[in-house]
Design a protein around this ligand. Sequence first.
Ligand code: FAD
Length: 621
Amino acid sequence: MTIPHIPSITPSAFSALKFDYLIIGGGTAGLVLAARLSTHSTITVGVIEAGPMTFNDPIITVPGRFGESLGGRYDWQFETTPQPGLNGRALKWPRGKVLGGTSALNFMTWTRGNKEDYDAWKELGNEGWGWDDLLPYFKKTETLHQSTPEHQAQHQSHFDAEHHGTEGPITSIYSKEYSVPHQHWHATLNSLGLETNKSHFSGSNLGAFTTLTSVDPTTRTRVSAATAYYLPSAERENLHVLTEATVQVILLETKNDEYVATGVGYACNGEKFMAKVSHEVILCAGSVQSPQLLELSGIGRPEILEAAGIPVKVANPNVGKNLQDHMMTAMVYELDSTLIGPAELRTNPILAEAAEKAYKTSQSGMYAMLPCALSYASLSQVIPSPTLSSILSHLPPAETNRDQVLEKQFVDGKKRGQIEYIFDIGNWSPYFQREEGKVYGTMLMMLQLPLSKGCIHIPPKDHAPRPTEINNNPVINPKYFQGSGGALDFAIMTHAQRFADKICSTKPLSTLIRKRVFPLEAKEASPFDPVAHPVTGEEDFTDWVRNYTTTDWHPIGTCAMGGYTGDRAGVVDSRLRVYGVKGLRIADASIMPLHICAHPQATIYAIGEKAASMILEDRLK
Ligand SMILES: Cc1cc2nc3c(=O)[nH]c(=O)nc-3n(C[C@H](O)[C@H](O)[C@H](O)COP(=O)(O)OP(=O)(O)OC[C@H]3O[C@@H](n4cnc5c(N)ncnc54)[C@H](O)[C@@H]3O)c2cc1C
């Protein structure tokens, strides 16, 4: 990758500048805004990012090393509270702390939700956020690199060019080659009634497909918001990016009886600074930290702010509420010992050297590979109809407009892939210990439209007289499987789990599998193992799902768009302006009112694109 000259700036020099727009968080959406707003040379843009700037660390750049940066210096290393719905377990919640944010840490899957996912946002009264409205922004982010007819025939790498972008900063590509299990994916899913979807970017991703990835087609390195949006703009004189600086508070002043955002207070190298803005502060700190910064600045539920010792400026009980996440299980299988996975690379220097050589010389081999065997299934495709009817008869009465729109998707649940399945070589479970010399594969299952709703808030101040501050981690409580909605999520996951196992016992994928090792198969398990020896005869995953469900790392919704209900249910309006404050917008995953049946990064880039275009439109008014 050619890296242009990147101007560095000191905090004092940064604070001396007069900004039109100040962006908090140089992450996925934040850098889209930075790049798009600074195309106009008369607009001065500042970005403050807590993490460092790096473009050549292989744990970020090399696709096949995905996951290695989790828990390290580029990760905020958050954790949830102990979750009663998960038998008291607390989960690790990685988030990117580096220029590029979580786009520099994620697993590069490039998917788009369904038409109905975004139309539901519009139905809630969020004008301009339906599928047809968002399609131009989806396209604006992307340049699709089309696969050849031969590649399509061999790897089912289909696309529908009409629905992809051709000039956007993010390159979306199909891999050169795929793992052996991937080569059996389509035939296996097809024989279970999940057809190959040849047009998975066109408004329905239902079915099996080989996924696109956000990877550079020439260097086969990760494409993140930092490489795709920031690097090409880095030399602009009107764009200033300060890294390793943490925003502590958004400065609010009253003008004509209204609160106006006038800048931010931040810390860098142990010193405190202020940066001022003439037009807008744009908060892009992500689903965990955007609500944290609002609350630290006096915008939120009064009881939370008072307990934290923060004076209430704008009372809005919705800040930090409406947290939704994709929940995931990871079932592990022992595979044919001739296969090679990531653990084999780590433990066998000869294999590692060969993989490195293939990657360096021809950008191929294991280090260029990502998990690409995906499938989205509707509830009726994976849960037998009498069971599904019984589960859905327990849909809780909708309490809000949002619940009502969400629950409609369950009634007409055939259109959307509410359950995602991915098969990948390697052991993905944090709970399963691999045995040396054995090769493993994992069947992942993810719930896409959760009814479990949680919250993220700043903690109360401790006994010290000082109020809660930025370095007091927010309290993350996703309330997985809690409440009547959570009970329904749980029932769906325990039943959909059987289909995950069915995929692995179906040919041709099953020909690569020796046995299931997590949870153990009946013949290997102790007579008391409830999964293997259920009272009913059919395997019962109830306890296993409760004990081993984790996050799929896709939290959204904590500063949601309010739609028709305005600040009674939301934090921002459909132009992403924070209710009750002038000159403050939010653009990141937190504004999504309902979850989507897809990996979210493409949608979050589109949110950044749409936000930039709305800001530029509003500037001309
Ligand atoms: C392990 C993992 C794997 C994933 N895999 C995929 C995938 O394969 N495909 C996919 O589509 N999605 C994936 N995702 C999800 C996706 O990457 C994220 O949802 C998305 O990147 C979030 O974008 P964002 O703009 O909301 O926040 P972020 O990209 O996280 O940006 C927020 C930025 O704000 C900065 N910040 C926060 N607080 C402050 C502060 N006080 N001061 C200054 N800066 C601050 C952060 O450091 C960060 O850079 C994955 C996520 C994880 C964690």
